[in-house]
Design a protein around this ligand. Structure first.
Ligand SMILES: [Zn+2]
Length: 335
């Protein structure tokens, strides 16, 4: 079966060193604070379960702004870099139920370093005839979140964004909705979120501070609803209660933004049954992950995962008892 006519020229639209640039991106209650809180909760849980205090260390790493643009049917899509998250392989996030040695073994087999895990944080810009759409908004961590600079590299200003489609209300996806002064970072955009996720966001410790800032912009929908022409949501619950992915279709081409059903392009695929500390309903998250990976592997649909190595666009293939990621590299790539 031919893959979508994915003219995947993932050549950088532009990339430059971020040295000397100041991020405009800072939230009052910064993503860093959110992250720290999340890791403290995770550490407390791990301590409760294992009786061993984990090495609580996580770092939001500033990356150079970068954008890669490709065509999907008649649409132009850009992957925008926001930041990266680096943390030790200590069993607090990955390997929550199997321990760091098992995680290290999976990483070693894939030829990756085994002591540290890095997750990129990226967003998508989709240009449709009548809308300029962001899917997720990045971290918004003071001085470390560069999604707005990456947006500038493709010639788009925040005020031009008409719609922001949120996969789920974790800080690395919604933190960037709020600017350094505590105001909406994309003032003219309608922010779309599943009704269940919007309800979840009101009670989520890492996210609820943003609610009063963005609530005038938010519109909700039921998963499965076509949110905008050519973009339809799909229910992917488990990581959070109301998480959705988005199916973007143009002509005969299709791209799936999977949200956070997966995090590491190695561990999440090789061992989809392993739970992740960040999954709010671990059984449901495993079920959704396994089911959607199986579906992507059998349909050969092109996918984008926000935390896979930039630009995170490619295909899922079966491998042993799990799966592996085949990144898309070239314009003329066909599968
Ligand atoms: Zn995430």
């Amino acid at each position: 079966m031919l893959a979508p006519n994915y003219s995947a020229d993932l050549v950088p639209t532009a990339a430059r060193d971020a040295e000397g640039e100041r991020s405009r991106h800072i939230a009052r209650r910064t993503g860093r604070q959110h992250l720290l809180r999340r890791f403290m909760v995770t550490a407390a849980l791990a301590l409760l379960i294992t009786g061993v205090a984990p090495n609580v260390f996580a770092q939001v790493v500033r990356t150079p702004p970068e954008a890669r643009t490709f065509e999907l049917g008649a649409l132009k899509i850009s992957v925008l870099r926001d930041s990266a998250l680096v943390f030790p392989n200590d069993g607090t996030i990955f390997g929550f139920n199997v321990g760091p040695a098992a995680v290290a073994e999976v990483l070693r087999k894939a030829g990756a370093r085994t002591d540290t895990i890095r997750l990129d944080v990226d967003t998508l810009l989709v240009r449709t005839p009548k809308h300029l759409v962001l899917i997720d908004a990045g971290y918004g961590v003071a001085g470390r979140s560069v999604v707005q600079q990456s947006l500038a590299l493709v010639g788009v200003s925040p005020g031009e964004i008409t719609d922001i489609l949120i996969t789920h209300a974790h800080p690395d996806h919604i933190g960037g909705l709020v600017d350094a002064q505590g105001h909406p970072a994309f003032p003219k955009a309608t922010i779309w979120m599943s009704a269940k996720e919007w309800a979840f966001m009101h009670h989520e410790a890492d996210a609820r501070a943003e609610v009063p800032v963005i609530e005038a912009q938010v519109k909700t929908f039921e998963p499965g609803h076509q949110v905008l022409p050519r973009i339809t949501s799909m229910a992917l619950p488990g990581h959070t209660p109301g998480q959705v992915g988005y199916e973007i279709v143009s002509r005969s081409d299709k791209l799936i933004d999977t949200g956070d059903i997966v995090h590491s392009s190695i561990i999440s695929l090789a061992e989809p049954e392993w739970t992740l500390a960040w999954d709010s309903d671990k059984n449901e998250a495993v079920k959704t992950r396994r089911h959607e990976l199986q579906r992507l592997a059998s349909t050969h649909e092109l996918m984008f995962a926000p935390h896979f190595p930039f630009p995170g666009v490619g295909w899922i293939e079966p491998a042993d008892d799990g799966f592996r990621f085949q990144p898309a590299r070239r314009v003329d790539e066909r599968r």
